[in-house]
Design a protein around this ligand. Sequence first.
Ligand SMILES: NC(=O)c1ccc[n+]([C@@H]2O[C@H](COP(=O)([O-])OP(=O)(O)OC[C@H]3O[C@@H](n4cnc5c(N)ncnc54)[C@H](OP(=O)(O)O)[C@@H]3O)[C@@H](O)[C@H]2O)c1
Length: 278
Amino acid sequence: MNFIELSNGVKMPRIGFGVYQIKKNECERCVSDALEIGYRLIDTAQAYYNEEEVGLAVKKSGIKREDIFITSKIWISNEGYEKARRSIDESLRRLNLDYIDLLLIHQPFGDYYGTYRAMEEAYKNDKLRAIGVSNFYPDRLIDICKFVDIKPMVNQIETHVFNQQKESHEIMNRYNIVHESWGPFAEGRKNFFDNKILMDIGKKYNKTVGQVALRFLFENDIVVIPKSVHKDRMQENFDIFDFELEKDDLEIIKNMDERESAFFSHYDSQMVEWLTSV
Ligand SMILES: NC(=O)c1ccc[n+]([C@@H]2O[C@H](COP(=O)([O-])OP(=O)(O)OC[C@H]3O[C@@H](n4cnc5c(N)ncnc54)[C@H](OP(=O)(O)O)[C@@H]3O)[C@@H](O)[C@H]2O)c1
């Protein structure tokens, strides 16, 4: 397993398995499959409603707890110190764990400073091994770094070949924050898996579009957490460590950056109204 070191010395796998949009009745099987293949990082969230199933698969796997890295996220409805504090204990209970490896603030809305204080406290009490944020773009990220005791160790943001987040990446480097990608395939949008450029590059290395896309992020020091409910695809997405993209190919993919979300902007007022009312 390939690891990246967080600012507090904790080692985080550089590839993981995401369980967003995996239904409760399928999640345990998917996580078991992923663990069997060799994934050791599982990315869930309170808002995915499948923490329990993740916990069940982890318990049943028989893999030593210290060899698995579990990420979860606090949703906006649990924002603020008191609610966040309770919700951390609820996540621990649902996951059936004594500690969570990485807990993130899911969205930069509401009293997320209160949420963060509850996370700092849980971190100091050994309930969390690392803390961080998600969907924090440069302005929010710098702001939180300036006004908290323990700086976020990870920022998970939409990142894929069409939205490479170079500015965010530089700022994360400056603050010693690991960049983690969500939606490494843009969830298949923009005809992702039929992309001719990635397909042609893949042919050179005998690799698929998905593998080239993940390898590109990996080579740019970005942690990836692809999701699939199909075991063969989980295996495919995991097999990215036996090739290296040549400089020219890295350059071609760099030029695919459209510098724009394939989903929505966190600065779109209608989106903010919707997200904060979910
Ligand atoms: N922090 C946040 O706000 C946030 C937001 C979104 C996601 N995330 C996290 O990031 C993880 C990954 O992102 P995502 O799930 O949104 O999208 P994604 O990983 O970019 O794409 C998943 C989609 O690609 C398909 N797929 C996967 N591997 C494939 C392959 N090798 N060939 C063809 N199709 C393939 C999947 O279909 P099948 O399942 O049918 O194979 C699914 O439709 C999530 O699961 C979640 O943990 C976080």
